[in-house]
Design a protein around this ligand. Structure first.
Ligand code: FES
Length: 138
């Protein structure tokens, strides 16, 4: 009789331990899922970005964006995909522009076409700040 109670207790403990492990594994996914449900995803902390420079971030879908903090404290996000044929553009801090290595397309720091074959600006998803995090529209 005593052994049965100990076995039940041991099973109960292992079950509780398994459930706690599953909860711990799922917990880090909750904030991202909440933002995705609202149509925004976190790309970093507000303090990660500097006025006048762009930081490349990776989105949940694997695509990348360039994000910067503007002088007025808001944030600007620009797609890293060239609007000509989709090559990855590169931020050039010296010239404060984005250059496309494929056909020499060039965009200014606002994403507007400066020269080369691209006809349209880099797409710029909406950004917002919540709780010290920079969020970009999905
Ligand atoms: S793909 Fe960028 S200029 Fe052609």
């Amino acid at each position: 009789m005593m052994e049965i109670n100990q076995d039940v207790t041991r099973r109960g403990f292992l079950k509780t331990l398994t459930m706690a492990g599953a909860a711990i594994a799922v917990l880090p996914m909750l904030p991202r899922a909440a933002h995705a449900a609202a149509g925004f995803e976190k790309v970093g902390a507000a303090g990660d970005f500097t006025v006048g420079d762009f930081k490349k971030v990776t989105r949940a879908d694997g695509s990348s964006l360039y994000v910067t903090k503007k002088a007025d404290g808001t944030f600007l996000a620009l797609s890293s995909r060239c609007t000509h044929k989709g090559c990855e553009v590169l931020w050039s801090p010296g010239s404060k522009s984005f250059k496309c290595p494929c056909h020499n397309g060039q965009f200014d720091a606002a994403g507007n076409v400066v020269s080369g074959p691209p006809k349209t600006a880099l797409p710029s998803p909406t950004t917002k700040v919540e709780g010290g995090s920079v969020l970009v529209q999905s």
